[in-house]
Write a protein that binds this ligand. Structure first.
Ligand code: NAD
Ligand code: LMR
Length: 332
């Protein structure tokens, strides 16, 4: 029997990530090849005409799984009945703007959209925040949508996770699909900690630790970390635009694994509400290693954290605590 369509909201859908993301969703890359979808696309009035163009293209592409498209600048219409919300819309930093100015604009956007989701989304709606500052936007959304379970509000660090897999695969000249269990800890910013201490590579003689194969701790503790931390900036420098296709693809990976489950023995990185695991302060949205089953994520417990890692976990937590304080100061 055909499945009921799932309603997926994409905010900022007329932007560049939106343009890459909506066809991926309509092709089944987010929810599976047998899952019909109805796309809800939200943008702001200046982008309404472009948004309508995206709708026209979605119709023209004749995606078999796409059962409907809502393209609107009305946040209530956009949020009504949605089962998944991918929050890409936001205000980018412009020349001459201070971090606080951007934070203040995004805090008010996420506060308003939180209320719309809380009132109008389907029960148990799963939320993924992509727009920067992603962790703190997600935290604000959580604060202003208290009836959405806190486990349903997440932010995207899967792009950083995938970047780390990509760097290891390039260095070892192995298939990226044979590398697993890297971890992104903390903030989706340059303070994040990409950790390979538990990562492995599938080889003909079994799974081997990445450290054993790379045989270069100086690279793993130095250039590898900074390359992943700075990859977003490197893409901006090269494209004069921020990453879009990789961000869209990673957003699909994030939701797919959350809804359909992670493979046995594999974890992924997700920005989730901290419960104090690994001595990360509770009450931050922080990226942890997680496994997913039956639509629920669980933080992987019991991983060894050495002194080098501890410092890095704490530094990115400190940055998130500062961002949280700044966000709250914008609200008052
Ligand atoms: P973009 O500027 O091309 O698109 C953003 C869209 O959001 C625009 O169409 C804009 O009109 C819309 N928008 C602005 N305010 C809105 C609102 N209140 N409601 C709905 N829509 C609104 O930007 P982009 O390149 O698509 O990037 C989007 C965001 O994602 C940025 O914040 C970027 O920094 C972030 N990003 C995050 C990651 C990640 O891994 N977490 C990766 C790449 C980019
Ligand atoms: C990215 O990681 O590509 C984005 O968050 C853009 C940025 O500002 O780094």
């Amino acid at each position: 029997m055909a499945k009921e369509p799932v309603r997926v909201l994409v905010t900022g859908a007329a932007g560049q990530i939106g343009y890459a993301l909506v066809p991926m969703i309509a092709r089944g890359l987010m929810l599976g090849p047998d899952q019909p979808v109805i796309l809800h696309m939200l943008d702001i009035p200046p982008a309404a005409e472009a948004l309508n163009g995206v709708k026209m293209e979605l119709i023209d592409a004749a995606f078999p799984l796409l059962k409907g498209v809502v393209a609107t600048t009305d946040v209530v219409e956009a949020c009504t009945g949605v089962n998944i919300a991918v929050m890409v819309g936001g205000f980018p930093r412009k020349e001459g703007m201070e971090r606080k100015d951007v934070m203040s604009k995004n805090v008010s956007i996420y506060k308003a959209q939180a209320s719309a989701l809380e009132k109008h989304a389907a029960a148990n709606c799963k939320v993924l925040v992509v727009a920067n500052p992603a962790n703190t936007n997600a935290l604000i959304l959580k604060e202003f949508a208290p009836s959405i379970p806190e486990k349903n509000i997440t932010c995207l660090t899967r792009l950083d996770h995938n970047r780390a897999l990509g760097q290891v695969s390039e260095r070892l000249n192995v298939q990226v699909s044979d590398v697993k269990n890297v971890i992104i800890w903390g903030n989706h910013s340059s303070s994040q900690y990409p950790d390979v201490n538990h990562a492995t590579v599938k080889t003909p003689s079994g799974e081997k630790p990445v450290r054993e194969l790379v045989k270069d701790d100086a690279w793993l503790n130095g250039e590898f970390i900074t390359t992943v931390q700075q990859r977003g900036a490197a893409i901006i420098k090269a494209r004069k635009l921020s990453s879009a296709l990789s961000a869209a693809s990673s957003a699909c990976d994030h939701i797919r694994d959350w809804v359909l489950g992670t493979p046995e023995g594999t974890w992924v990185s997700m920005g989730v509400y901290s419960d104090g695991s690994y001595n990360v302060p509770a009450g931050l949205i922080y990226s942890f290693p997680v496994t997913c089953r039956n639509g629920e994520w669980t933080i992987v417990q019991g991983l060894g954290i050495d002194a080098f890692s501890r410092k890095k976990l704490d530094a990115t937590a400190a940055e998130l605590s500062e961002e949280k304080a700044l966000a709250y100061s914008c609200l008052s």
